[in-house]
Design a protein around this ligand. Structure first.
Ligand SMILES: [Zn+2]
Length: 139
């Protein structure tokens, strides 16, 4: 069971921007890639439009899963934001988790800054090492 989630700095910046653009509700979606490395973000509408909970809109979720499959990628992680913190899974996140095989990335605004942490919710909460891959300098 891998204890790491890798993603490019560009993708992390996009996630932070998405969360910051919707401070009044949790944003959510899927990260696709290969193994423990995500390279693609697929936002899904939060059907609850709540700042304290999320439920991925079913049609959007099905569409995102199809796009992952058609691109030859795998589901690597679920992401969502906590506009009011903390950067830790809520009891609901653990109870409602339908993807024990995927990593869970949480973006949380704490003290005015968006913090990002990764977990695996496999019956219990296990913190993953988040490895940010620096984009090549174009060499
Ligand atoms: Zn949550």
């Amino acid at each position: 069971m891998p204890g790491v989630l890798r993603l490019p700095a560009r993708l992390l910046n996009d996630l932070r921007a998405e969360a910051a653009a919707r401070p009044d509700e949790e944003v959510c979606g899927l990260l696709a890639g290969h193994g423990d490395t995500a390279d693609t973000r697929l936002p899904v509408e939060n059907a609850l439009h709540s700042p304290h909970a999320f439920d991925m809109e079913p049609a959007g979720l099905i569409d995102a899963m199809r796009r992952i499959r058609e691109s030859g990628r795998e589901l690597v992680a679920i992401y969502h934001s906590h506009p009011h913190g903390p950067a830790y899974p809520s009891a609901t996140d653990v109870a409602a988790n339908q993807y024990p095989e995927a990593a869970h990335l949480i973006l949380a605004r704490e003290a005015g800054e968006w913090r990002v942490r990764a977990f695996r919710l496999d019956g219990e909460i296990a913190k993953l090492d988040l490895v940010v891959l620096q984009d090549s300098a174009g060499g």
